[in-house]
Design a protein. Structure first.
Length: 181
C-alpha cells in the first residue's frame, strides 16, 4: 500500500500542483481552462501561498515524491455572478473559508486523500479564527465529489434544481457548507 504525506505546498510544488488541477478542469469538470474561473491555477502562489489566511495543501506520494493531489482555501466568498446572489450574500468574502481545487490524480483516487486534505484545510480555517463559515461548490458529475461532500457537509444550493438565470443555462453545480467546529 502506498504512503502519502499531506503538507503545505511550497514554490517547488507549484508546477506539479498546477498539472493536477489543470487535469481536473479538463478531465473531470469538462470545462477546460477558463481564464476568469481558473486564474488561480496558473498562479497559485499569488492566490494561495502569499496572501495571509489562504493556503494550498498537497498530497505527496511517498514512493516517488510526486504531487498527486491538491486542496486550497481562501477568504474569498462565492462571487455573483456566476453564483446566485443570495449565496454570495450568505457567504461574504473575509468571513468565509472557501475550499477550492480539491483535485486528486485519477490513479491515486479512492485512498482517502481528498478527505485528508479537507481535514487539513478545516484545521487551517479553525486556527485562523476569523472565519464564520466554510463554503465550496462542486460539479455534480465530477468523479466522487458529491459523495465526499455529502459525507462532510450539507447542500445549501443544488443548481440542477434551479431555473437558469437570464443568459445562463441551468448548471450541474452543487453548493455546500461544511461545519467549522
Amino acid at each position: 500500500m502506498r504512503e502519502y504525506s499531506i503538507r503545505t505546498a511550497t514554490d517547488g510544488d507549484l508546477g506539479a500542483a498546477r498539472a493536477v488541477m489543470l487535469d481536473a478542469v479538463y478531465r473531470d469538470f469538462g470545462t477546460g481552462y477558463v481564464p476568469h474561473w481558473h486564474a488561480d491555477i496558473i498562479d497559485p502562489a499569488a492566490y494561495y501561498l502569499r496572501p495571509a489566511r489562504h493556503t494550498l495543501l498537497v498530497a505527496v506520494d511517498g514512493t516517488d515524491g510526486s504531487v498527486v493531489a491538491t486542496a486550497a482555501l481562501d477568504a474569498r466568498g462565492p462571487a455573483h455572478p456566476p453564483n446566485p446572489r443570495w449565496l454570495a450574500e450568505r457567504y461574504p468574502s473575509g468571513e468565509t473559508a472557501q475550499l477550492r481545487r480539491v483535485c486528486v490524480a485519477p490513479e491515486h483516487r479512492r485512498r482517502g486523500l481528498a478527505a485528508r486534505l479537507v481535514a487539513g484545510l478545516l484545521d487551517f480555517a479553525r486556527e485562523d479564527g476569523g472565519y464564520r463559515s466554510v463554503y465550496l461548490h462542486t460539479h455534480a458529475h465530477s468523479p466522487g465529489a458529491l459523495g465526499l461532500w455529502e459525507s462532510l457537509g450539507k447542500i445549501v444550493c443544488d443548481e440542477r434544481d434551479e431555473p437558469g438565470e437570464p443568459g445562463r443555462p441551468t448548471a450541474d453545480v452543487v453548493h455546500f457548507e461544511l461545519p467549522l467546529l
